[in-house]
Write a protein that binds this ligand. Structure first.
Ligand code: HEM
Ligand code: ZN
Length: 183
């Protein structure tokens, strides 16, 4: 997993719990003197280990932490990859282009990234079906990222994880129902 993702988690923990908590988490879960550099890769297990400790620190289930992290991560990536995100005029075009545009641009910027496979299909107005596959099984982070994208475009979303790799499925299937927030 790329350092940029760890830095997103670091930023979330420091914002919510303070620097001291992050330092303790690092001490327990990472090799000594670990510093995350955005473009470098670090073990996937280290991220999951850190997230597990965040769950303990915040007294939240790990599933909630991974979702909250995904949501936060979207906002964290936004200013760091604004040229990629500027290609989209709204929520639907962004979601439909995660693999073909966003992650393919990511693959040009970072060496050997570990990206999920995401396929999306518009089922009807206001409903997209997303298929997610990754050996890292971070589908809850994917959910969070969808929430983050929706918030960015002033949409409300309801997600239904109808099939899940954590429950033995070959890939996850997530129904994404969305509506524009009327202000
Ligand atoms: C990795 C999903 C948007 C950049 C990931 C991962 C997930 C994911 C779940 C974790 C790796 C895995 O599951 O195997 C999504 C979804 C998005 C989205 C659902 C939109 C709703 C973006 C955007 C950017 C981005 C906007 C930045 C331009 C990255 C990067 C990684 C990543 C840098 C790490 C790759 C690595 O560690 O090697 N994405 N993503 N993603 N994504 Fe996305
Ligand atoms: Zn799943």
């Amino acid at each position: 997993m790329k350092g940029v993702i760890f830095r997103g988690l670091e930023s979330l923990v420091i914002e919510k719990c303070g620097m001291a908590v992050w330092d303790t988490l690092l001490e327990k879960n990472a090799p000594e003197d670990r510093v995350y550099i955005s473009v470098q890769s670090y073990p996937d297990d280290e991220l999951v280990g850190l997230a597990q400790y965040v769950a303990v620190a915040l007294q939240l289930p790990i599933a909630e932490v991974l979702k909250a992290f995904g949501e936060y991560l979207f906002g964290y990536l936004l200013p760091r990859h604004s040229t990629i995100i500027a290609k989209f005029d709204g929520f639907v075009s962004l979601i439909m282009s995660i693999d073909s545009v966003i992650h393919s641009e990511v693959a040009k910027l970072y060496q050997e990234p570990n990206l999920p496979k995401i396929r999306c299909k518009v089922i009807e107005d206001g409903l997209i079906l997303m298929h997610y596959y990754s050996s890292r099984k971070l589908c809850l982070c994917a959910e969070g990222l969808i929430y983050g994208a929706a918030a960015h475009y002033n949409m409300t979303v309801t997600l239904k994880h109808i099939e899940c790799m954590h429950k033995g499925a070959d890939e996850c299937a997530i129904e994404v129902r969305f509506k524009q927030v009327i202000v």
